[in-house]
Design a protein around this ligand. Structure first.
Ligand SMILES: Cc1cc2nc3c(=O)[nH]c(=O)nc-3n(C[C@H](O)[C@H](O)[C@H](O)COP(=O)(O)OP(=O)(O)OC[C@H]3O[C@@H](n4cnc5c(N)ncnc54)[C@H](O)[C@@H]3O)c2cc1C
Length: 412
């Protein structure tokens, strides 16, 4: 039995299968995934799921009946362990062999581990899967003192959820500000202040050199400065690594992820990759990027699914990301690396502002705190290559939507 085989049943894997089907791919579609759960949403795992506002049932992306209806076979709880591009075969850990005409590798990313002494102690946790989240939630309920290693998105979201649940929380970040690689200083400062106001202690420029234990369980962390923090739970959120090993071993070109074109196609004509595991050239980055976001996974996989079905729909969406911490909604559109100017609309004091980023006079990105309207406008402007002047962006009386309307007029 051949057809389309997809490895990984998350956003990218499921979207590629659905887009291929919707575009008329009539052959068999098999999705194999090492997780036993029906495809589910990851973003709530660090947010509503930990807080108890999103239940396990609400995480599911699509139910079994949906996949049956779409004639998509799910092989859950089994890992693909080898790809033979020449024979067009996938080896699965249950000794089965799947044959493919087309293959999508949507293996995502995994949490980067820390190597400090004591890192293997009971109570040192990572958050990537629903199994991790169930475990973390149970441990959080019992914990009093929580240390979060890493002031990135996952670390800060878990800090927010833990602080809201009344835990004593300390975030340890080695850089000079929170989310240093992702957002501008104003947004970092705003989030830092928000965490501080919520009772979270944030230690900047500090690294963990050891995780201390007692009777095999975590008891604290020791920092390079000599500070020792007591902890009965340590959550490590220090970034993700592309799951590209399978592709690399099969001779597919990988450089920080599986290298793909705008259709998600690898160097092999019939092998595609999408999502966290893929590295693509983006005009919005002015270079090659591997993005870890729901938007990227879905839009890139859509392009792959269309190409598999013989349709044309290259991936060219403006990158987007969001994060929820306390009552703060951070939204990011575009990629701000390489900007040479910023303009701020709104005010951090009011808890509602957007930072617009420019490169050579062109709008390339916007970070918003609680200003979804600015995000909508910025997304459309960046996609169309249109820019308000920095003065217009800063002027609250200037209607950004008027520029958006101008695009609509041009497109009519
Ligand atoms: C806690 C958390 C919060 C997040 N919050 C946000 C957010 O707020 N906004 C946002 O945009 N993004 C967020 N993200 C990121 C987003 O979830 C990812 O970018 C997205 O899930 C990527 O989808 P994917 O399909 O590429 O890969 P993944 O979701 O990583 O899925 C890959 C799947 O493939 C499986 N797999 C791997 N190797 C094999 C193999 N050899 N055989 C079989 N199966 C395999 C994996 O187990 C996994 O199920 C968050 C991520 C996490 C972990």
């Amino acid at each position: 039995m051949s057809g389309l085989v997809v490895i990984g049943a998350s956003y990218a894997g499921i979207q590629s299968a659905l887009s291929a089907r919707e575009a008329g791919y009539a052959d068999n579609i098999t999705v194999v995934c090492d997780e036993t759960w029906l495809p589910y949403q990851r973003p709530p795992l660090s947010k509503g799921f930990l807080l108890g506002t999103t239940g396990e049932d609400n995480l599911v992306l699509r139910d079994e009946a949906f996949f049956k209806n779409e004639r998509i076979d799910l092989v859950l709880g089994h890992r693909a362990v080898g790809i033979d591009p020449r024979a067009r075969q996938i080896e699965v850990d249950n000794d089965a062999t799947l044959t493919f005409d087309k293959l999508v590798i949507a293996t995502g990313s995994r949490a980067r581990r820390i190597s400090a002494p004591g890192a293997e102690l009971d109570g040192v946790c990572y958050l990537r899967s629903v199994a991790d989240a169930i475990d973390l939630k149970a441990r959080l309920a019992q914990a009093a003192e929580v240390v979060i290693v890493g002031g990135g998105f996952i670390g800060l979201e878990v800090a927010s959820s833990a602080a809201k649940s009344g835990k004593k929380v300390t975030v340890v970040e080695s850089m000079t500000r929170l989310l240093e690689r992702a957002v501008c200083p104003l947004v970092s400062e705003f989030l830092h202040a928000t965490h501080r106001q919520s009772g979270v202690e944030v230690l900047m420029g500090e690294t963990v050199i050891a995780i201390d234990g007692a009777s095999g369980r975590v008891a604290g962390v020791t920092l390079a400065s000599g500070t020792r923090l007591p902890a009965d739970l340590v959550l490590v959120g220090v970034g993700g690594i592309a799951n590209d090993d399978l592709a690399c071993a099969a001779g597919i070109t990988c450089t920080n992820g599986i290298v793909v074109d705008e259709h998600g196609r690898t160097g092999h004509q019939d092998i595609y990759a999408a999502g966290d595991c893929a590295n693509h050239y983006s005009r919005f980055a002015n270079g090659w990027v591997r993005l870890e976001s729901v938007q990227n996974a879905q839009d890139q996989a859509k392009a792959a699914g269309l190409a598999i079905a013989g349709s044309h729909g290259p991936y060219d969406a403006v990158p987007r990301f969001w994060s929820d911490q306390y009552s703060v909604k951070l939204q990011i559109v575009g990629l701000s690396a390489g900007h040479d100017r910023t303009a701020v609309r709104g005010s951090a004091d009011d808890g509602r502002f957007t930072v617009f980023f420019y490169r050579n006079g062109k709008l390339i990105a916007a970070d918003s705190i609680n200003r979804p309207g600015d995000q909508m406008a910025a997304r459309r402007l960046i996609a169309a290559g249109l820019s308000p002047t920095p003065e217009q962006a800063e002027d609250p009386s200037f209607d950004l939507k008027s520029l958006v309307k101008a695009i609509e007029t041009i497109n009519v």
